[in-house]
Design a protein around this ligand. Structure first.
Ligand SMILES: Nc1ncnc2c1ncn2[C@@H]1O[C@H](COP(=O)(O)OP(=O)(O)OP(=O)(O)O)[C@@H](O)[C@H]1O
Ligand SMILES: C[C@@](O)(CCOP(=O)(O)O)CC(=O)O
Length: 445
């Protein structure tokens, strides 16, 4: 038996731009993780089974069968249940590993509470159990499908390859490329893949791959052809950027779930259409990219300060704790410059998002979110806040001095603007795929 986990994500800079491979984005990996426990044994039957259980959800079990005599990698789910993400992952890893002998594999999935709505649940240990099917439970937008695909890819591959080493960058890249293929095939489209990349590598500055790596994969192939095709593509250098980052010590990411919700594909199609139609769009994209990169750069400056002047840094944090973002901006202390740059670049990101909102009709930072974020900025210890990812009414992400979290809780109690905000109990955990101790899941298997 082995166990692995992969993190959820928040895209705090680079929404929409990340769809284009000329732009970098900043993705934070979260402490809400998707877990998988895998066990299996070889068998002398001609049929192999891969059983995936997700006991936190009603009817959360999918059993895929595969016949070794068959001329292609066709799998069937024995009771006709659908889980496109599980199915695409099984198929992709199977065709890559091309096992010579049959096996029976069982994988149990556990997802941390942050991924789904916490209504009508029973808690067992660290996990919440829902009374509905996975497709009927509301999501919070942390990338459950990317987490699932990445952790499933790792678990299955670890069964077929007992030399799999998730500390090796080469192996991580194989996991990443396979997971991207499976995720795109299950979604029926090639997205930017930042969610799968964060699930694999952790918090990163990410630049996407060329969609042709996946779009050009041939279909209707024989087993040998498919194995060759996927092996070739997985080995290629996809040219992605996945530079590891982490938020500065003492600065916490806080996510506020908004009881609303937006349709990401609709927002994306509106923005892409606007980008084609509006002659000003390239100028706006380029201004937005500049502010994104300024944010990345200022966070990196703060990280350097942590390393080079730790004592001075502790003093700065205690100053920030007492100030709102506009008060930080009016300070003249030179040591505060990188923090002022975080505030200014975030403010520019937001104003560019508002320009796109107005010109494209896609509600990325609609007015109620503007009011909410402006109100957050008045709270002492809150450095900055944005609408993460595709924006809209899904969530807000704040960067907060870690001892000031209490100020957010107080605001929720006293200020009616925060009525529909639920502060999620998660934070950054910058590590991607990691191996876990099987013993911690034994009681839930
Ligand atoms: N714990 C789980 N067990 C089994 N399948 C899961 C689990 N979590 C996610 N899935 C699969 O992923 C699907 C949800 O994927 P979808 O892309 O719609 O949401 P998401 O990845 O959470 O979205 P977002 O990127 O907005 O956060 C589920 O319907 C199911 O097929
Ligand atoms: C709009 C987009 O850039 C980000 C969507 O992010 P999220 O799923 O809202 O976290 C789309 C994408 O990158 O696939």
């Amino acid at each position: 038996m082995k166990a692995f986990s992969a993190p959820g994500k928040a895209l705090i800079a680079g929404g929409y731009l990340v769809l284009d491979k000329q732009f970098d984005s900043y993705v934070v990996a979260l402490s809400s993780r998707m877990h998988a426990v895998v066990k299996g044994e070889d068998s002398d039957s001609i049929e192999s089974t891969i059983r995936i259980k997700s006991p936190q959800f009603l009817e959360g079990e999918w059993c895929y069968k595969y016949n070794h005599d068959s001329s292609n990698f066709r799998i069937i789910e024995i009771s006709g249940r659908k889980n496109p993400f599980a199915e695409a992952t099984v198929l992709t890893v199977l065709s890559y590993a091309n096992p010579l002998i049959s096996s029976n594999i069982s994988i149990t999935i556990f997802s941390d509470p942050g991924y789904h709505s916490q209504e009508n649940v029973i808690q067992k240990g660290q996990f919440l159990y829902h009374s509905q099917k996975i497709t009927d439970v509301a999501k919070t937008g942390l990338g459950s499908s990317a987490g699932l695909v990445t952790v499933l890819t790792t678990s299955l591959l670890s069964f077929y390859w007992n030399t799999l080493d998730i500390k090796s960058l080469e192996h991580l890249e194989i996991i990443h490329n396979l997971a991207q293929v499976a995720h795109c095939q299950a979604q029926g489209k090639v997205g930017s893949g930042f969610d799968v990349a964060a699930a694999t590598f952790g918090s990163i500055v990410y630049k996407r791959f060329d969609p042709s790596f996946i779009n050009d994969l041939a279909t209707d192939l024989t087993k040998e052809e498919q194995h060759k095709e996927i092996s070739k593509v997985v080995k290629l250098d996809w040219g992605i950027k996945n530079d590891r980052v982490a938020l500065p010590k003492g600065i916490r990411l806080v996510m506020g779930d908004i009881k609303g919700g937006s349709n990401t594909p609709k927002l994306v199609s509106k923005v892409l259409q606007w980008r084609k139609d509006d002659p000003e769009s390239e100028k706006i994209y380029s201004a937005l990219n500049e502010s994104n990169m300024k944010l990345v750069e200022s966070l990196s400056k703060i990280n350097n300060l942590v390393k080079t002047s730790p004592e001075q840094y502790t003093d700065i944090l205690s100053t920030i704790k007492e100030l709102s973002s506009s008060e930080i901006l009016s300070e003249t202390d030179l040591k505060l410059i990188p923090f002022q740059e975080v505030i200014e670049s975030t403010s520019k990101i937001r104003s560019n998002f508002r320009v796109i909102t107005e010109r494209s009709g896609a509600e990325i930072e609609p007015q109620p979110q503007t009011i909410l974020l402006d109100e957050c900025n008045k709270i002492k210890g809150v450095l900055s806040g944005v609408v993460p990812g595709a924006g809209g009414y899904d969530a807000i992400s704040l960067l907060v001095e870690e001892n000031s979290i209490g100020n957010l809780l107080k605001a929720k109690e006293t200020n009616p603007i925060f009525k529909n905000v639920e502060w999620l109990s998660l934070t950054e955990q910058d590590i991607g795929i990691q191996e876990e101790n099987v013993a911690s899941y034994i009681d839930f298997l």
